[in-house]
Design a protein around this ligand. Structure first.
Ligand code: CMC
Length: 392
């Protein structure tokens, strides 16, 4: 097939040029628009990080205020969108609800279908950022059978989401600043990661000039898988499994090394990071801080720490350069905050949304941008003669 070369899993193929996220896998470096992730997580906010990713610069005071104001005014869902949730089974996975409802938004905003209309692109951006927390909170309320809680304009982005998720009509809801700050930080750490599976999916779908809602709905589905964003749920289930079987970490590690039933150490390994994942470093420290600030102890954290210690001193993991990734410790924090395991990947999606949007914009605006269309190496029969059914 001429010049076509096989690159399994696109390990070596750059499909795009991008000025959004800089990632050095050997050095464990991650920067958004040049700003180190450590500084953004320590000193920035999620909304200004979203602005940075999408617009290329940190917002001024005025820009930040109008961005926040616009988002706040779009947080409400159309009442007919709410009725989608009535149709979902109670035990539906919230990621399926999330992608379905985001896809359905394109039926409500039919003005969004032309990706070359700059004003509409902006409106879709604001609508998505504003509505995804509401969509996510409604999915949680559906699962537990509680009435939905409408967004409130006087609250910040994370505060609003927490209140829509955890408050009930019968009681006052008090926001815990420890939880607000930790969630804000976690969202920043998830906000972009160059051409990962879900972002590449958003770009690939968007390259056909499909609208932003359609493209991002596809990204949400890509994120759901356990090798990608779904790993945070899988890590917690793995830790619970180890706990239930007597907390024997060494036996579990042996199973992983023997590749017994395809068991993997979830939350470990990364296609690009080969020394450490800078996000995991920050998150590990945050897990300790949040648990102690909330006055919680969790046996699963001890199991995670022992697993990490075992793995990092084992040749199998050392030779393959496998280290904890972003998903290894996040679940423990989400659990301490009160989220059920099924919501973990939804939180990842809330964080990754600005990255998906920024990458979609960058692609649409790139002069000469072409439809994504990978090639293949054909391995089937080259040609044969049709045989009538009675002769087969
Ligand atoms: N546990 C055990 N072995 C592993 C693991 C793991 N977590 N990850 C990779 N390996 C082994 C793999 O079996 C292979 O060994 P061998 O050479 O003997 O066949 C070798 O390491 C290379 O792995 P690979 O599958 O070729 O690596 P990849 O770059 O294709 O996959 C990965 C990257 C992240 C999908 C993979 O490391 C993995 O499945 N990790 C567990 C799932 C996970 O934590 N995913 C979250 C990734 S970070 C956040 C995100 O992207 O959402």
């Amino acid at each position: 097939t001429g010049l076509v070369t096989l690159d399994s899993g696109y390990g070596n193929t750059a499909a795009y040029k991008s000025a959004i996220t800089y990632l050095d896998g050997e050095g464990g470096v991650l920067r958004y628009r040049g700003y180190p992730i450590e500084q953004l997580a320590e000193r920035g906010t999620f909304l200004e990080t979203a602005y940075l990713l999408i617009h290329g610069e940190l917002p001024t005071v005025d820009q930040q205020a109008s961005f926040k104001d616009e988002i706040t005014r779009h947080t409400l869902l159309h009442e007919d969108v709410k009725r989608f949730y009535d149709g979902f089974p109670r035990d539906a996975h919230p990621m399926a609800m999330l992608s379905s409802v985001v896809s359905a938004l394109s039926t409500f905003y039919q003005d969004s279908h032309n990706p070359f209309d700059e004003e509409q692109r902006h409106l879709s951006t604001i609508r998505l950022l504003a509505k995804l927390p509401t969509i996510a909170a409604y999915a949680y309320k559906k699962a537990i059978g509680h009435p939905v809680v409408y967004p409130r304009n006087d609250l910040g982005y994370v505060e609003n989401f927490l209140r829509m998720t955890f408050s009930v009509p019968a009681a006052e809801y008090e926001l815990d600043p420890v939880v607000v700050n930790a969630l804000d930080k976690l969202l920043i750490l998830h906000a972009d990661h160059e051409q990962n599976c879900s972002t590449s999916t958003v770009r690939l779908v968007g390259s056909s000039q499909a609208n932003m809602f359609a493209s991002i709905s596809a990204g949400i589905n890509a994120l759901w898988g356990p090798l990608h964003g779904g790993a945070n749920q899988s890590v917690l289930e793995m830790l619970q499994g180890i706990q239930a079987s007597g907390s024997d970490v060494a036996t579990f590690i042996r199973k992983v090394k023997d590749k017994e039933d395809g068991v993997k150490l979830m939350g470990f390994g990364h296609r690009v990071y080969k020394n450490f994942d800078p996000r995991a470093k920050i998150i590990k420290a945050a897990a300790h801080d949040v648990l102690s600030a909330l006055g919680k102890s969790d046996e699963l954290l001890d199991i995670a720490l022992r697993l990490e210690e075992h793995a990092l001193s084992d040749d199998y993991f050392v030779e393959r350069k496998l280290y904890p990734n972003v998903d290894f410790y996040t679940g423990l924090i989400y659990r301490a905050m009160g989220f059920p395991t099924s919501m973990f990947t939804v939180l990842f999606a809330l964080g990754r949304l600005p990255g998906w949007i920024a990458q979609w914009h960058e692609m649409i605006k790139e002069p000469g941008s072409r439809i994504g269309r990978p090639r293949q190496i054909y391995t089937g029969v080259v040609e044969r003669e049709y045989v009538p059914i009675e002769s087969r």
